[in-house]
Design a protein around this ligand. Sequence first.
Ligand SMILES: NC(=O)c1ccc[n+]([C@@H]2O[C@H](COP(=O)([O-])OP(=O)(O)OC[C@H]3O[C@@H](n4cnc5c(N)ncnc54)[C@H](OP(=O)(O)O)[C@@H]3O)[C@@H](O)[C@H]2O)c1
Length: 261
Amino acid sequence: MTKTILVTGGTGMVGRLVVDRLAAEGHAVRVLSRRAPEAVPGAAATLAADLRSGGPRLAAAVEGADTVVHLASTPTGGDTRSAANLFGAARRAEVPHVVLISIAGVDRSPLPYYRTKLRVEQALADSGLGWTLLRTTQFHGLVQKICALLAKAPLAVVPLIPLQPVDAGEVADRLVALATREPAGRAADFGGPRVATFPDLMRCYLRWSGRRRPLMPAPLPGRTMAAFRAGRHLAPAVGRIGFEEFLAARRPHPRRGTEER
Ligand SMILES: NC(=O)c1ccc[n+]([C@@H]2O[C@H](COP(=O)([O-])OP(=O)(O)OC[C@H]3O[C@@H](n4cnc5c(N)ncnc54)[C@H](OP(=O)(O)O)[C@@H]3O)[C@@H](O)[C@H]2O)c1
């Protein structure tokens, strides 16, 4: 049965993959983001709105939706307000199901962004809405972006922590499966296929981008880094596409060290 599904953050790294997949299955997809373009391929409607403001645009976006997939996030602040606005609007519109993405280990790290994600998770669980929560590890694309940033310095100082990056396409597949079923509460955490040290991923990135940089693996101080060193952000290995395979499927831009578009 096809559904009407609102995807907040449907223009982002994982959001656009979710939108593609839902549209390919024949669902009527609404995309909401602050700077949503007038049209998104496959989407039945796009809505430019800031979740932090709420109001009539948000009410219109949720009206008649069977499911809301909440992916939007503003790391600079406001996610708890966005969540309160969205969950309130969804409750008033009697939306049967809200699917939320979060990050593995948000309850085991003092990182302020993780604490915010945990508050959003709790707000959804307390909202009275039907809900499903999926926590995942870091996307390959995020690790690639951080590696590109670190490679700008003549000496790349790389935190000596384990990472377990996951393919955003595989996460999107899982989100779509969850969004088209009944509310399931907390789903099993979803991690990438392998754990590697960040310096090893950086070496892999440097090989792929054809860059040469001396690396300094650094056991950085502080409670947040200690939580990462202890692997509190890791998850069961569910995904199949590793960082190497992710990069191998892309062409590096000759100068920028990011992928060619
Ligand atoms: N990246 C990772 O490694 C990772 C890992 C696990 C979980 N997650 C979670 O997955 C979700 C998506 O991550 P991502 O990396 O795909 O994000 P992203 O690429 O940064 O995209 C964020 C999306 O949210 C929209 N947005 C941001 N603030 C908004 C606001 N106030 N109101 C409305 N729309 C807003 C953005 O569009 P506009 O700029 O147009 O508003 C964009 O569509 C986030 O909740 C994140 O915490 C990410």
